[in-house]
Ligand binder design. Sequence first.
Ligand SMILES: C[S@@+](CC[C@H](N)C(=O)[O-])C[C@H]1O[C@@H](n2cnc3c(N)ncnc32)[C@H](O)[C@@H]1O
Length: 470
Amino acid sequence: MSADRSGSHSRSKGSPGSRRKPASAAQGRREAVTKPGLEARIAATRLLGAVIDGRASLDGLLDRKGGNPHFLALSEPDRQLVRAILAAALRHLTVLEALIDRLTDKPLPEGARSLRHLLVVALTQILHLDVADHAAVDLAVSQAQIDPRNKRFASLVNAVLRRLIRERETLLSDLDAVSPFPDWYMGRLAASHAPATVDAIARALKVPAPLDLSVKSDAAGWAERLGGTVIATGSVRLPPGGPPVPELAGFETGEWWVQDAAASLPARLFSDLSGKRVADLCAAPGGKTAQLILQGGVVTAFDQSASRLQRLEDNLARLGLSAHVVRARAQEVVDEEGFDAVLLDAPCSSTGTVRRHPDVVWTKSFTDVETLARVQRQLLDHAARLVRPGGELVFSNCSLDPLEGEELVAGFLADHPAWRIKPILPANWPGLEETITGKGEMRTHPAQLAHEDERLAGLDGFYAVVLTHS
Ligand SMILES: C[S@@+](CC[C@H](N)C(=O)[O-])C[C@H]1O[C@@H](n2cnc3c(N)ncnc32)[C@H](O)[C@@H]1O
């Protein structure tokens, strides 16, 4: 339910600026920083370091309220440029890093992390953004000159980038064999998918995700008004790169909210919810809460995070919907009566959302997957206690990893013999048959929902299952 439009492509509009020799270092610094696009590049380089070396979440760094101060100090166009640089850099990082290794005759000095990040940002601008080559080189050299750590490497930066421009075709064709994502991530994909599917998923993950909207009603009408299409999930899909979300018709009046097509599926797996008592245990920022309310449920939305619950309340208010909102850890929720329906949309590794969050492969590791799978199993065990006999429990998350999905649920069922999977029937999900497993679970991934225009294809990776007990 974010109001930011991620993946938007901004363009650097500036000329390289004056080349007059500065009278002093300080004056040179001042003049250099006034070059259009340079401040944004400096911020992008810093933030890239924070993601790769500090494992900071990109969403957190770019948050409009609590984000990184260097980012918040930028003008809106510069912020857009930083977003575009970071999204492209993180999406293509394995290749960019390999390219740097090939472009430098000897390895960069140990510990020269900021130099490496500076080069990644420059390569990203040259290869993936609409910036003139000479402007990108000039900015990168200026950036190196005004940074005491990188000043002595300014001529190296110049030589490396000029060589890239000269030998671009040959260098890039040599990089076909470079793994598209870090080994741990590719290894986990390979553990649960055939090689052709791994390749298709990896290709799909390189393309920025479209903007999917869940509408309160009249999907076809909203698709027409917004220039989108209605896809198999019932979502309205718009290509990436359009105007900011709050500027789109229907936002102010609360006619729809932003929700990936795959994320819109778990809440719809329940049987009729009219008048039923529903618990949404990990609810914020409330995309699925809104669906449960619109499906007729009397919803209590729980979440442990006060700030995220505030976002949920703001989102529901914009949509004109209401729920009972409770700040609580899911494992501490008690209910004597038993809910008719419980949704556990659990905190997970988010490995299915790399199209939207390209930092995930760099900030997470397999250890996180294992840790989060254990947390989710505890939450699932507790959620099961809150469901009345005959009620339904939907467990979902946005991980692609079976440890957090199929295998976790198999372990739960082995330990809880009264529980079973209520199979999802392909006949009820026209156009989404490929997402339903042999056991009746739902498993989406980014290579599904193919479309001739790759910008309009795909889904986030999600796992969802309906569980019930007698
Ligand atoms: C994947 S997000 C939920 C997205 C939400 N269901 C939606 O559709 O908008 C996971 C949420 O779980 C919350 N969370 C994490 N651990 C929790 C716990 N132990 N109890 C309650 N909420 C938790 C996080 O604060 C986060 O808001």
